[in-house]
Design a protein. Structure first.
Length: 113
């Protein structure tokens, strides 16, 4: 299944200090073309982040369409994941949140002039 950019998906998330995995939400950053050609997704972490902050965190403004139950932030700890490991789609970001994520991505990786 191809996932659209700004889809929220559930993925097995490894922890570096444990041998176990938990199912966590993540945000699809890549375009479906990347998924089709590589078999991978470029993802950003999604977290409740009640105990920490990370540069460029984007607090999700509109939860209704996301499939998330609690207030969360998009954390720009980016990673790739084999598409076969994606467990399900939860929802999608609203337009307001998608634009906010794009602004943060532009700050993270500015376009060269």
């Amino acid at each position: 299944m191809a996932y659209a950019r700004f889809s929220l998906v559930r993925v097995p998330f490894p922890f570096t200090d444990r041998a176990s995995q938990k199912h966590r939400p993540a945000l699809v950053i890549s375009d479906p073309t990347f998924q089709h050609t590589s078999g991978h997704l470029l993802l950003a972490m999604v977290t409740t982040a009640t105990h920490s902050a990370w540069p460029l965190d984007w607090p999700i403004q509109q939860l209704d369409s996301t499939g998330l139950k609690h207030a969360c932030v998009i954390r720009f700890k980016l990673f790739t994941l084999d598409e076969r490991l994606c467990l399900s789609q939860l929802g999608v970001l609203s337009g307001v949140d998608a634009r906010g994520v794009c602004q943060r991505l532009e700050a993270l990786v500015p376009r060269s002039s």
